[in-house]
Design a protein around this ligand. Sequence first.
Ligand code: AMP
Length: 399
Amino acid sequence: MTYNKKNIEDIDVAGKKVLVRCDFNVPLKDGVITSDKRIVEALPTIKYLLSKGAKVILCSHMGKPKGEVVAKYSLAPVAARLTELLGQNVELAADTIGADAKAKAAALKEGQAMLLENTRFDKREEKNDPEFAKELASMAEIFVNDAFGAAHRAHASTAGVADYLPAVCGYLIQKEIGVMGKALADPERPFVAILGGAKVSDKLNVINNLLTKVDTLIIGGGMAYTFLAAKGYGIGTSLFDETKVDYCREMMAKAEEKGVKLLLPVDTVVAKAFPDPIDAPIDVDVVPSNEIPADKMGLDIGDNTKKLFADAAKSAKTVVWNGPMGVFENPTLAKGTIAVAEALAESEAITIVGGGDSAAACEQLGYASKITHISTGGGASLEFLEGLELPGIACLQDK
Ligand code: AMP
């Protein structure tokens, strides 16, 4: 999927009421924000609009209140943090499209911002209900979508409003579609994709689509064992999806047919049982991937595999990575994931890390600044890699 969408610099926002869909779904503990990353990332778009004299109406979902008003999912902590970060008051409306929201939106002055209450407090949001979208849109003259993390959902505030307002993207979405779109449509080669995580079934379509684009596809993590089993190796008690063995065989044949190098783990860190609790100390051995004992499970990639994968990443010109190489929640089993993060950080290539666990690994290790692009959306970046159309982006005006 390639997109060439208008952004906030392509339209005149001065004096206009601009509805901005952000991803303020930040982690909270006892009502306190534990990471304000998503708020900080939204600031360039908000600041640009304010500096141009727009009247900025921010909105977002938070958590899964399932269409009910649930106090713990109020965006109040976000409004407070935005007020601090912007150095100007960002008032929170008491509702999303009710009387208070409308009155506050109508009273906004140029260069002021406000925040609507959680869009998912109304069950019509996730149904992309046209009446709800119309009410949201009625408060503004322009719609800006900057919530990449929610762009794979066709909800009222991510896509529906674009039926009623001229719609463009903010800087975050612009960067996501710019970097990932280029990697998929016109990559600098060699192009290497590294996939990990627990299940083959979650990444079926991603594997299928990437095989038409990459030079090398690397598969690690729990999903690798179904591939190893499909090659006829014994995998002991490792994660295994019997229903996907044929699919894995098909993908291996497709790789060969397309001339894509498919790299699987050549050695494996094994243990008697899955760690319980997940970060408990664990006794491990390392064995070749075709010699996994019948009573052991593979929980991370071994040293030879780390080197194999790292060398591929370092000699690439474009690398996309999504999903951990092992049970990285456990320090003993995190080494494969850390090695891949390190290889990306050291690579001269354009490096793109899909959201979720792999993004968190890069950030925790302090490598974030050495990665070209860390996607702000886990699910959305996977759908992008699958080649699917993202409704929250498709609805925006073309250049
Ligand atoms: P996903 O949600 O598909 O991205 O997978 C992430 C999860 O995969 C993490 O919680 C890891 O602990 C888990 N994982 C990675 N490798 C393995 C493995 N070899 N066996 C079991 N779980 C794994």
